[in-house]
Design a protein around this ligand. Structure first.
Ligand SMILES: [Fe+2]
Ligand SMILES: [Fe+2]
Length: 180
């Protein structure tokens, strides 16, 4: 098969593939933390999101191989330290997603520079996905502040939030989707 991506692009895509595997580790570690700290619903949600990140990893692996490159399975760096509390947990996740969005932008920038419109198009899927994920986590942070900030009712509100997240969608609720 002829190689249809540049060596530079192959390398940056490989790095991103490993980065998505790292994102999965982040969700896995925070899910486990939530589970042992009395938030089973949030744990279920985060375990579910771990799967999404693994799918992203696999999507990039397939793309590299389909374009005549060769994916390299590399070491994944260790998951971050446990969060201090639930609020910190969500803030850390948001920061990881924002950092990841910036990495996706690098791929799209390179594709644009190289006039590699296939990878540019492929990258757009991730650009949209990152908008959804940042929205999703921002919405959860808003809910958390509402639940945790209700004074005496705080604990029972957090209980409700935990229960609700067990069955929450993994997709960000964007206006453009509501219009479809
Ligand atoms: Fe991802
Ligand atoms: Fe993500």
């Amino acid at each position: 098969m002829s190689k249809r991506i540049s060596d530079k692009m192959e390398k940056i895509l490989n790095t991103q593939m490993t980065r998505e595997a790292y994102q999965a580790q982040v969700y896995l570690s925070y899910a486990s933390w939530a589970e042992v700290n009395g938030f089973p619903g949030i744990a279920t949600f985060l375990y579910g999101h771990m799967q999404e990140e693994r799918e992203h990893m696999f999507k990039i692996l397939k793309y590299i191989n389909d374009r005549g490159g060769e994916s390299k399975i590399e070491a994944i760096k260790a998951a971050p330290k446990n969060p201090k509390n639930l609020g910190d947990c969500f803030e850390q996740i948001l920061q990881h997603e924002i950092d990841n969005s910036k990495e996706i932008d690098k791929i799209v920038n390179l594709a644009h520079e190289e006039k590699d419109w296939s990878t540019f198009n492929f990258g757009q899927w991730f650009v949209e996905e990152q908008i959804e994920e940042e929205t999703l986590i921002n919405d959860i942070i808003d809910k958390y502040h509402l639940a945790a900030g209700e004074g005496k009712g705080g604990n029972s509100n957090l209980y409700d939030m935990d229960r609700d997240l067990a069955s929450a969608s993994q997709e960000g609720d964007l206006p453009r989707e509501e219009n479809l």
